[in-house]
Design a protein around this ligand. Structure first.
Ligand code: HEC
Length: 184
């Protein structure tokens, strides 16, 4: 019995300490701190497991067609993805350096994910990161175009990206330029 009493005391003390730590402001929510804390790795594992469990959509036919990749590149600028993720020949906007977690760039965005997982993330966003949900204001057709582009982003050249988006108003950012953060 005394052992149980001790254990209960310890459990209660730990719970109280955790509550005080988080709700009395001791936990530092600054995004300036490097994101390699226990909290960051726990959140990363939670995100991965959650996306894996929820991503169920079946990709449409033609996901690897050149026309769909090109249309996706257009959406990538139109929806502002390029500001956080960059694109071949285009750097992300300056504010991207202040995000925690950091958005993956051209070399690794969605590269180890299935098409359904990339679609799920675009549709739903990722809570507690800067990744917005696009499901509320873009069609699933547009979201699949983005998936198509992301699947091929590493093969797209800066020249192709600039040419495909040359008709955009305001024009798509050129090689080495930063995207316009007022684009809508
Ligand atoms: C305001 C910044 C921001 C914008 C705009 C943004 N993202 Fe993201 N995105 C992020 C961040 C931050 C992450 C990383 C989240 C994480 O670490 O779990 C992310 C993650 C992702 C991932 C997961 C990739 C991976 O390998 O983990 C995909 C796919 C993605 N974004 C696609 C898009 C697309 C497509 C758009 C535009 C329709 C877009 N994002 C717009 C910030 C942004």
């Amino acid at each position: 019995m005394p052992v149980i009493a001790w254990l209960s005391g310890i459990v209660i003390a730990v719970v109280v300490a955790v509550i005080v730590y988080f709700f009395a402001g001791f936990y530092n929510v600054s995004a300036l701190r490097p994101g390699n804390s226990v909290m960051s790795s726990a959140l990363e594992s939670i995100r991965e497991a959650s996306v894996e469990r929820h991503a169920e959509a079946t990709p449409p036919a033609g996901l690897d067609d050149a026309s769909m990749v090109q249309a996706g590149a257009h959406e990538f600028v139109e929806e502002g993805c390029v500001m956080c993720h960059g694109s071949p020949g285009v750097k992300p906007a300056k504010f991207e350096q202040g995000l925690d977690p950091q958005p993956p760039g051209v070399d690794d965005i969605g590269q180890d994910m299935s098409a359904a997982e990339v679609f799920w993330i675009i549709h739903n966003g990722i809570r507690m990161t800067a990744m917005p949900a696009f499901g509320g204001h873009t069609s699933s057709d547009e979201q699949w175009k983005l998936v198509s582009y992301i699947r091929h982003i590493r093969q797209v050249t800066p020249q192709q990206f600039a040419t495909w988006n040359a008709d955009m108003h305001p024009p798509a950012p050129r090689e080495g330029e930063k995207p316009d953060s007022d684009r809508d």
